[in-house]
Design a protein around this ligand. Structure first.
Ligand SMILES: Cc1cc2nc3c(=O)[nH]c(=O)nc-3n(C[C@H](O)[C@H](O)[C@H](O)COP(=O)(O)O)c2cc1C
Length: 235
């Protein structure tokens, strides 16, 4: 069996489809669906979104230099798609989709979407005019997380958000977990340990914390991973 060589194109999938809330300095707000988004730096935390200049949102983003990336769970999938096919020039996407603009903690103009489980507040640092899309390189100023995703020990259970992935024109649920970071090199216990209680898995600390014992949430444990250590490749 061979492979076909296709002409250059965008084939980096799956990606998140996110709802970007934005505003200009005059107070006009909007939501644009973006799939060309990505994490670009751990420290300082930075991400990028790429937006076509002809979008209504583009002018708002340029004017205020602010936006929020709102993660999309299953219950927001329809609104996410709708905001990606309608323009804020013609409709009030907030009202039409029953979404609530909530003041951001760190941004002056752009609101966050209250119904989204995770809001990532961003300040634009640079705009790269790449071609069809202009890339907004932004610093993350704050991350707001729905408390229902956080357990008593402070661990973030992002899987509870039922996040949506976008792949080659289609939206998908995330499937089952295949393992945790570094599982390929982790030593297996010689004898399977007895279950100590409901919900505990072999290898877990029993209270849902990361195995390095950190009491912190997922974002912080990510930093721990980056510090390296056995079986923990640096990204
Ligand atoms: C799943 C999906 C992903 C999209 N990704 C992008 C993107 O990364 N960049 C972009 O400029 N437009 C993207 N769009 C298109 C815009 O969301 C769409 O043109 C929207 O209507 C623009 O809204 P506005 O005119 O109110 O800004 C996407 C649309 C969908 C449905």
């Amino acid at each position: 069996m061979g492979k076909q060589t296709w002409k250059p194109g965008n084939m980096l999938y799956p990606v998140p489809a996110v709802m970007v809330s934005c505003a200009d300095r005059a107070g006009r707000t909007n939501i644009i669906t973006v799939a060309w988004a990505g994490t670009v730096c751990t420290n300082p935390p930075m991400l990028s979104i790429s937006v076509r200049p002809e979008r209504f949102s583009y002018g708002l983003l340029r004017d205020s230099g602010e936006f929020a990336v709102n993660l999309v769970g299953r219950s927001l999938a329809r609104a996410c798609d709708w905001c990606g096919v309608k323009s804020g020039r013609d409709v009030d996407k907030w009202a039409e989709m029953g979404l609530t603009p909530e003041p951001a903690e760190t941004l002056e103009h752009a609101p966050v979407i209250a119904e989204s489980p995770v809001n990532i507040e961003c300040a634009v640092r640079d705009v790269l005019e790449l071609g069809s899309h202009h890339l907004f390189l932004a610093e993350v100023r704050a991350v707001r997380v729905d408390e229902r995703l956080i357990d008593e020990a402070g661990k973030l259970h992002l899987e509870r958000a039922n996040l949506v992935a976008y792949s080659h024109g289609e939206y998908f649920d995330l499937g089952r977990s295949l393992g945790t970071f570094g599982y390929s090199v982790r030593k297996k216990p010689a004898v399977a340990p007895k279950r100590q209680g409901k919900g505990e898995r072999p290898g877990s600390t029993g209270h849902g914390r990361p195995e390095n014992g950190s009491k912190r949430n997922g974002t912080r444990s990510e930093k721990g991973r980056e510090r390296g250590g056995k079986g923990r490749p640096k990204r």
